[in-house]
Design a protein around this ligand. Structure first.
Ligand code: SAM
Length: 329
């Protein structure tokens, strides 16, 4: 079991397999995209699999594949299948925007993926276009259908943005009436990849989001949050699904943080808000054996910051210009 210097269990890896994305969500990256990583900067699938195997051997039980958009990386199903076969891994899941997902759902089910996070900030096709700068709402809804048909648990992630989609909060809650999905509202974070330092004014924090929902659903009930949950979870009586709120900017969940991240170029992040603590790809490419790499990883886990506020303070260039696609949201 992996325990950090603050006594927290580490058992969850989020692996970003590419920085590329087929959407251009305005809060994530500029309209022209990012300065994409070259092939040699990216970890190869062999390197990713080796990193995952090492970490599973050390105590990681859950791996989430993210990006960028996982399905824009060629042959992603090969990597997912190989990871799903790792001895000791209990849970493989992924986060996707749903554009290219539908044709892969049956195979995802077959390799044991039980849960998928689907990013969807609005149920209005016009607003979808204005937020993502792509006309792909129909493709995302088709993937949602396909996932539900295959009994894969779906969590819909919606970033709440002042002046952009707050009118979608109630329709998204309404979606839980008939569908057994968990709709999670996320506070907007300052990772939009435009090279600027942003002093984010959090006008829609988790408290305001809940108040907005309670106005229409005064009977909404708090339910038990799963262990290590980053969301506060609720249920509207009579609805098939649940509602969650993720205080991603307010950072209320750091005390039980069980997760680490690896970016597409192999940077290990102990916290979403740090700027990387070591590069596992570089360690591998310099010919280190597994034992040496494990020692470096353990050393990093023994020096984790206490919370995201501390991490942010330590980042010299503030790091706030990064895109979530380059980090693995
Ligand atoms: N392409 C996949 C997707 O869309 O789900 C995975 C990567 S995406 C970067 C992961 C999540 O990060 C998405 O749910 C996205 O909405 C969220 N995200 C991106 N930028 C964000 C920001 N500035 N604040 C909050 N969430 C953000």
């Amino acid at each position: 079991m992996l325990i950090d210097n603050h006594g927290r269990t580490i058992n969850y890896l989020r692996l970003a397999v590419t920085d590329k994305c087929n959407l251009r969500c305005f809060y994530c990256m500029p309209e022209d995209g990012l300065k994409w990583l070259s092939r040699t900067e990216l970890m190869s699938y062999e390197e990713m699999l080796r990193a995952c195997a090492l970490l599973v051997n050390m105590g990681i039980q859950k791996i989430r594949i993210t990006g960028g958009e996982p399905f824009v990386r060629k042959d992603i199903m090969k990597l997912l299948t190989a990871i799903s076969n790792l001895d000791g891994l209990q849970d493989l899941s992924l986060t996707t925007n749903g554009i290219l997902t539908a044709p892969h759902v049956a195979e995802l089910k077959a390799i044991g993926v039980k849960s998928v996070n689907l990013s969807l900030d609005t149920l209005d096709a016009g607003r979808f276009f204005s937020i993502t700068r792509r006309d792909e709402f129909g493709a995302v809804m088709a993937s949602l259908d396909e996932l539900l048909k295959h009994n894969i648990e779906v969590k819909i992630n919606a970033v709440v943005m002042d002046g952009k989609n707050t009118q979608d909060i109630i329709p998204l809650v309404e979606l839980t009436k008939e569908l057994p999905v968990s709709v999670r509202f996320i506070e907007e974070m300052p990772f939009n990849g435009d090279g600027q330092i942003h002093q984010t004014k959090m006008s829609w924090d988790y408290i305001r989001i809940l108040e907005e929902i309670e106005q229409v659903y005064p009977g909404i009930k708090k339910i038990q949050d799963p262990v290590y949950s980053t969301s506060y979870n609720y249920h509207v009586p009579g609805h098939a699904g649940n509602v969650g709120i993720i205080a991603a900017y307010s950072r209320t969940f750091c005390g039980t943080c069980n997760r680490i991240r690896i970016t597409p170029q192999g940077t290990l992040k102990n916290c979403l808000y740090d700027d990387g603590v070591l590069n596992i790809k570089d360690l591998m490419r310099s010919g280190n054996n597994d034992a040496t790499i494990k020692d470096s990883l353990l050393n990093a886990f023994n020096n984790r910051v206490k919370n995201g506020w501390e991490a942010e303070k330590l980042v010299k260039n503030t790091g706030m210009h990064e895109s979530m696609a380059a980090i693995g949201g």
